[in-house]
Design a protein around this ligand. Structure first.
Ligand SMILES: NC(=O)c1ccc[n+]([C@@H]2O[C@H](COP(=O)([O-])OP(=O)(O)OC[C@H]3O[C@@H](n4cnc5c(N)ncnc54)[C@H](OP(=O)(O)O)[C@@H]3O)[C@@H](O)[C@H]2O)c1
Length: 346
């Protein structure tokens, strides 16, 4: 077989603010690959089907010598994220041609991923009947796992309590809303457009508001106090949640996307209330909780997603050449649902 072009999205330069396609990342078609003869050296050759664009990817756009919870992107090398692919060839006994795999994949049409990366090395999976494989980078994958693990581990939810979920329209927030409703809580949630607010209501939120046109403080003062806060955004929203926390509230510190693209910081006015109200803050990463909750997650959640008992939605970008734009969309908030990049059909 003649070599074919292997399109890749490369990390080009560290952004100072929001990532910019064509500047932060560039699409490259200079490399070819011979799928039949490329040496595998004991590894696996994978055709990429879908890739995820996630908020944490902004954290990877940093100087390579700075430590953080995810490895940095390297200038000149392909960026990488969670994805679903199909095995083409394998010299590893754990994989065979035709297998679907989920895990960290290069933003490349074809790659040889390392199965041994902790937690997110590629693993073989069989999609739940009725559930498209792209769901495995969203509600049935890392974002859904984040919601499930964090909620189960830390919410200590009791029927009749009130929870506030910021970033309610995304894959993490929308599943948290549904888990909280199943546990009998009143759910307040925020999102950045009226259309997203409607989606939050559709998945069960009792009170949903557009934080760009309504005052978060006013809503929380009216609808609180908060027994649980699921924080996806950080910044002044976190400060408003502290101001409206009940005594002994649990704060699940999942993310802080309002802070990822700026170094300016915010003026927090209510930190003294953390001790005064005996608020418990749980900062957590999915990777720490995976050993405890992963098996249960895969037994419970994909079935409920397939049956429609749990709702989710995807926002699809077609073509690997557009992955830089997809990544930017998630940072600025123009994604409507789990941002998925479709690289190829099977
Ligand atoms: N701890 C962990 O292990 C873990 C794992 C996965 C994800 N996370 C975190 O969970 C959060 C949600 O992730 P996701 O995958 O569900 O993301 P997502 O909702 O698909 O995308 C991010 C959303 O953040 C919102 N946003 C952007 N800038 C904002 C700002 N300045 N203030 C408020 N909201 C802003 C936008 O929605 P709006 O239109 O509503 O503004 C955007 O759509 C992120 O913070 C992520 O880093 C943590």
């Amino acid at each position: 077989m003649a070599p074919i072009t292997n399109g890749r999205t490369l990390f080009n330069e560290i952004p100072t603010g929001f990532p910019e396609p064509g500047k932060t990342t560039v699409y490259d078609t200079s490399k070819t690959i011979d799928l039949e003869s490329v040496p595998l050296n004991g590894g696996v050759l994978v055709k990429t089907l879908v890739l995820s664009a996630d908020p944490y990817m902004r954290v990877q756009m940093r100087q390579a010598d700075i430590e953080s919870y995810m490895p940095p992107f390297i200038v000149g090398q392909p960026i990488f994220s969670l994805g679903v692919g199909k095995v083409i060839r394998s010299e590893n006994n754990g994989f065979k041609p035709g297998d679907y795999v989920y895990g960290l994949l290069d933003h490349a049409e074809y790659s040889m991923p390392n199965p041994d990366v902790p937690v997110f090395g590629i693993t073989v999976f069989t999609p739940e009947p009725g559930l498209r494989y792209s769901a495995y980078v969203g509600a049935a994958g890392m974002p859904g796992q984040t919601s499930y693990y964090g909620w189960k581990e830390y919410a200590n939810a009791k029927p009749g309590e009130t929870v506030f979920v910021s970033g309610g329209a995304g894959p993490v927030g929308s599943l948290v809303i549904q888990l909280a409703k199943q546990d009998g809580l009143k759910v307040i949630t925020s999102a950045g457009s009226d259309e997203k607010v409607q989606f939050c209501k559709d998945v069960g939120a009792d009170v949903a508001f557009n934080y760009k046109t309504a005052s978060t403080l006013d809503v929380l003062r009216k609808e609180g106090p908060l027994h649980v806060y699921w924080d996806n955004v950080g910044g002044t929203t976190l400060d408003a949640a502290i101001e409206n926390a009940a005594n002994h509230a649990r704060f699940l510190e999942c993310g802080a996307i309002s802070q990822y693209n700026s170094k300016d910081g915010v003026n927090m006015k209510n930190l003294d209330q953390i001790y005064a109200r005996r608020i418990i803050l749980y900062g957590f990463l999915i990777s720490d909780l995976a050993p405890k909750w992963q098996e249960e997650f895969y037994k419970v959640i994909p079935k409920k997603l397939a049956s429609g008992e749990l709702k989710f939605r995807e926002d699809v970008t077609q073509g690997l050449e557009n992955s830089g734009q997809a990544i930017r969309d998630v940072q600025i908030g123009t994604n409507t649902g789990k941002k998925v990049i479709v690289v190829a059909q099977e």
